[in-house]
Design a protein around this ligand. Structure first.
Ligand code: GKR
Ligand code: MG
Length: 418
């Protein structure tokens, strides 16, 4: 079965003002929807980042894939590498690590690769999870992903989620997400306020949710010394501390003294980072993410490496739509050593989804789709609406810092900040 054509549609959807260590989410989040078409009339879906540099790289790569057999993932990877010509992307928004030539190829490859799994599943009449080795869990647990946030975007009415700027607000937000979706684990995005305030929020969460595993992720906003103080205060309270300090060396310095495991989606984000991290003992949990680990097949390779070295596996998320969530769920369901509840931003963005039947969490988990392929269908009207948003919203590159500076000109991006 050969690829005949690829449609690439950048989209923009509403995003609340979620705060993080580099600023605040803009009113629009960007993604790209990919449709891969074949000579047998079967098409497959993929979803990826929407930032302009990445979008252009996807547009550069797509024509090189026409004529390729959908089973040829190795061929796809090497055609993309050639088409990109050795260019390395950049981490302009500052929440992942630096990209390399190889990891840039993996990012572009991922959305096309996922679409081929969708195609092959549809052709066989089997869900992607069957093709990935079979689900080891029928439902995939996700965590409540808490953010400090403003009540609404400046100049707009408060949104449905409300303000969360202190421990009480964070506990209230957690209650809303747990009541609505039944989440059994909680992650707080930190790096926004001085660590003492975030420690207080985590203790408030522990009091309100005595049995929920908790995590705190300041996106490398702390020095190793500060991280060690926080680790000490949160001993026995969090299941892991995520990216407290910048870099493999910084994380290794924290890991040497922290009582809990350290997790990352910032310092080990490509295969070439793993050896050094293992040598340094920098991280005990890697947050996988098929969008940058090179799709579903390479995420399985990551899982095998983690199993080999006794490294835990969790799953990372950015603002995303239902096509990504379907792929995440198939992958997580078929990865035996993914033992932590996965992250997802979906509850913040679900009202704007591009699939006909948006996902619903039951007891904090998603059932693995059983329809052929990814098991999701494009809602063409929604896609057209979100594509129109993209054309008119004026955002082409995520810029949390720039948006924050519009409202607070004195704001500076600093890493570490404390
Ligand atoms: O959406 O603001 C955000 C997050 O901070 C995201 O960009 C991170 O990549 O969720 C991510 C993380 O775990 O670091
Ligand atoms: Mg993180």
């Amino acid at each position: 079965m050969k690829i005949t054509d690829i449609t690439i549609t950048p989209v923009a959807f509403h995003d609340p003002p979620l705060l993080n260590s580099v600023g605040v989410h803009e009113p629009w989040a960007l993604r790209t929807v990919v449709e891969v078409h074949t000579d047998e009339g079967i098409s497959g879906l993929g979803e990826s980042y929407g930032d302009i540099g990445h979008l252009n790289r996807m547009r550069t790569a797509a024509p090189a894939l026409v004529g390729l057999d959908v089973h040829s993932l190795n061929g796809m990877h090497s055609r993309i590498a050639t088409a990109l010509g050795g260019e390395a992307g950049s981490d302009r928004h500052g929440l992942t690590g630096a990209l390399t030539v190889e990891s840039t190829v993996d990012r572009v490859f991922s959305a096309f690769e996922v679409a081929t799994w969708d195609i092959r599943g549809k052709a066989l009449g089997r869900p992607v999870s069957d093709l990935l080795g079979g689900a080891v869990r029928s439902a995939v647990p996700y965590s409540a992903y808490l953010f400090y946030k403003w009540a609404g975007h400046p100049g707009s009415e408060p949104d449905e989620f409300g303000e969360a700027l202190d421990p009480a607000g964070i506990v209230e937000q957690a209650r809303m997400l747990v009541d609505r979706h039944g989440f059994g684990s909680i992650k707080l995005k930190g790096g926004v306020f001085p660590p003492e305030q975030e420690i207080e929020a985590v203790h408030a969460l522990r009091e309100a949710f005595p049995d929920h595993p908790l995590r705190l992720d300041p996106n490398a906003a702390w020095t190793p010394e500060t991280s060690l103080k926080v680790a000490d205060e949160l001993d026995g309270v969090v299941e892991y501390l995520e990216d407290p300090a910048p870099g493999i060396d910084g994380m290794a310095a924290v890991a040497a003294g922290a009582p809990m495991p350290l997790a990352t989606n910032m310092c080990v984000i490509a295969f070439e980072h793993i050896a050094r991290s293992v040598e340094a003992g920098a991280v005990q949990v890697i947050l996988s993410d098929h969008h940058y680990w090179g799709g579903l097949s390479r995420s399985k390779e990551l899982a095998a490496i983690c199993r080999t070295f006794g490294i835990g596996l969790s799953m990372h998320s950015n603002s995303h739509l239902g096509i990504s969530l379907a792929a995440m769920t198939h992958l997580a369901a078929t990865t035996p050593n993914l033992n932590y509840a996965c992250d997802t931003h979906y509850p913040w963005n679900v009202s704007d989804d591009v699939i006909t039947t948006p996902f619903t969490f039951v007891d904090g988990a998603l059932s693995v789709p059983t329809a052929p392929g990814l098991g999701v269908e494009l809602d063409r009207d929604a896609l057209a609406r979100l594509a129109e948003n993209y054309r008119t919203c004026g955002v082409v590159q995520r810029d949390d810092t720039g948006y924050m500076q519009k409202h607070d000109p004195s704001y500076e991006r600093k890493r570490p900040r404390w």
